[in-house]
Design a protein around this ligand. Structure first.
Ligand code: PLP
Length: 406
């Protein structure tokens, strides 16, 4: 049996596709396309490998799943059951994390915009940390914390050294003095962590290195003013687990450790906020060719409304109906949104024979596809969770209407 898309839960066997322990043919008999499949075992494996690689290097290490990658309750529940914390950006996400049983001391809340409702709920729920992107927000948090007679732990998001990066604080002497003044003045906040998130789909170790270097520089600068932290958070940004080799992750862990060793700083608690690495390759679409046109263009029944470019997924396409045929003929793939811009791939290696009604598997669609999706005038896809030979429908647009949080 050969893996498809490097995913051990996606195999081809005698011309058939096996998804975990279920034949795709059986799934297609039961469900119409487009169908989003989520693989519980792959999700669990990704979490375990990530945690074990970083645990090996760091004595004090924690991960907080970035809910925005995929906030389906069934997915977040699985992640919670693996002992991972939650990183949430909004009131609906925070409410969901609390409802699903994430312990408040494993919940981080942070976003460039912190509405009072979000600060208030975070403080009342006693979340581990609120992440602030601007020094001004310290007063907002302090005032609400004071009202609730609470001392709130704070993480500071620093600007990462990336072209055009607008998010987070760029420290200079004036800003450090303002920070120092705020810490002394505000008795209901406590600075505990510092965060630098560099970007998404970081496929080069140099990007991780730039992030760590800048974080260490910030730590050194702030320590001169006696501003110290218990913990550093390096954000997310890892590609799908099938895209980044575990060896690369090990190198990133090693390099991170060596930067702390080289600096005069103690290696504090270290954390990450992965989203895509956990869920990206545990999701795949089953779609269908609905039209074949000139110049080897095929149209499939998903499009940028549910498989958006914004999601930056490493999409891979397979003709499931002709899975054993060579995929070596350049083909362009369009979605069904009625605009020329709905292109999913150009000159992608696919089967020679292009036939209407053939099923197409689109892999690596577990992260950000749903979050960035829009309805256009089409129904949303059915979503199922597969574990071994068990298939559970977790979203049916006819019954559930929408998966948005509110
Ligand atoms: C601050 C922060 N942390 C974590 C993440 C998760 O990123 P990824 O899914 O690429 O790991 C993001 C995504 O944009 C982010 O902005």
């Amino acid at each position: 049996m050969k893996n498809i898309s490097g995913n051990p839960y996606l195999k081809r066997k005698n011309g058939k596709v096996l998804i975990d322990s279920i034949l795709l043919d059986e799934i297609i008999e039961q469900y119409k396309t487009p169908l989003l499949i989520l693989l519980e075992n792959r999700l669990r494996d990704n979490i375990k490998s990530f945690v074990s690689i970083f645990n090996e290097k760091f004595e004090n290490f924690q991960s907080f799943y970035s809910f925005k990658a995929n906030y389906l309750p069934e997915i977040c529940k699985i992640i919670c059951s693996e002992g991972i914390g939650a990183k949430t950006v909004s009131v609906p996400e925070l409410k969901l994390a609390l409802k699903l049983g994430f312990s408040p001391d494993k919940i981080l809340v942070g976003a460039p915009y912190l509405p009072e409702t979000l600060i208030e709920l975070s403080i009342k729920s006693k979340v581990r940390e609120i992440i602030i992107y601007s020094i001004k927000d310290l007063k907002k948090v302090n005032d609400i914390a004071q009202k609730h007679n609470h001392v709130q732990n704070i993480c500071i998001r620093v600007n990462s050294p990336k072209y055009m990066s607008k998010l987070g604080i760029k420290f200079d002497d004036d800003k450090i003095k303002l920070l120092k003044k705020s810490i002394l003045a505000f008795k209901n906040i406590k600075l505990t962590s510092i965060l630098s998130h560099f970007g998404t789909q970081m496929n080069n170790i140099k990007q991780y290195e730039k992030n760590i270097k800048s974080l260490v520089l910030n730590l050194e600068l702030l320590s001169k003013y006696d501003i110290l932290f218990e913990s550093v958070n390096l954000g997310g940004g890892f590609p799908e687990a099938t895209v980044i080799a575990q060896n690369e992750l090990k190198k990133i862990a090693e390099m991170t450790k060596s930067y702390f060793k080289k600096s005069n700083l103690q290696c504090p608690m270290i954390s990450f906020e992965p989203g895509r690495y956990f869920v990206g390759d545990s999701g795949l679409y089953i779609s269908k060719i609905v039209n074949v046109s000139e110049d080897r263009w095929i149209f499939i029944d998903i499009g940028n409304h549910i498989c958006p470019k914004f999601a930056r997924c490493s999409l891979r396409f397979y003709n499931a109906t002709q899975i054993d045929k060579p995929h070596k003929y350049k083909t362009s793939i369009a979605g069904i949104v009625p605009t020329d811009q709905d292109v999913l791939a150009k000159n992608y290696f696919f089967t020679q024979d292009l036939r209407e009604d053939d099923n197409v598997i689109v892999t690596n669609t577990g992260a950000y596809c749903l979050t960035f999706s829009n309805r256009f005038p089409y129904p949303l896809p059915i979503i199922v969770l597969i574990n071994g030979d068990k298939i559970t429908k977790i979203f049916d647009p006819d019954l559930n209407k929408d998966f948005s949080l509110n």
